[in-house]
Design a protein around this ligand. Sequence first.
Ligand code: HEC
Length: 160
Amino acid sequence: MKAPSIGTLAFGAVGFTAIALIAIGAPHDRPPPTPIESRSPPPAPSSASAGGFTLVSQSVDLPDEDATYPDGPHADVINANCTSCHSASMALTQPVLSEDQWKATVAKMRDTYHAPVPASAVADIIAYLTAMPSQKVGQSNGASKSPGEPMTEDKSGGTG
Ligand code: HEC
């Protein structure tokens, strides 16, 4: 009788391994994963109490009085042309500026920032800006340290 060749032994080993793996089978005896719904937290309560404090969810209306220009002559014109990019507070918090400085500001809005302001609206806008209560000399609007001083170029690039 002839001894089995190396090839026969190797084939037998592979065959045995395959049979063993089939016998073990797929791991279907693992516990099923927890369903997603039972893992998600319960909906947030509208109020929660702890340690003598009660926290209550509330919807909040943010103040919007600085978003548009207050009523006055030509307020409709400036609100129609000057509130699309930034709120009115950008102009309302400026230090007291001369009419020429306001003209330069509006020109900058149109030329540099491409504000779609028709030329026919510019005079009304300047009239509104120079008549704003915050532009009255002697009234502090919080933005002007010394209202009489000529405006210096803002190099910071950001006015808030
Ligand atoms: C196309 C967008 C756009 C429109 C429309 C626009 N602005 Fe501006 N405005 C800007 C930008 C951008 C700045 C600079 C913001 C910054 O520096 O943070 C600015 C800044 C300002 C400032 C701050 C001072 C300064 O010189 O930077 C004032 C005042 C102002 N705008 C007034 C106006 C007025 C008045 C109008 C209407 C004529 C107007 N803006 C319309 C884009 C616009």
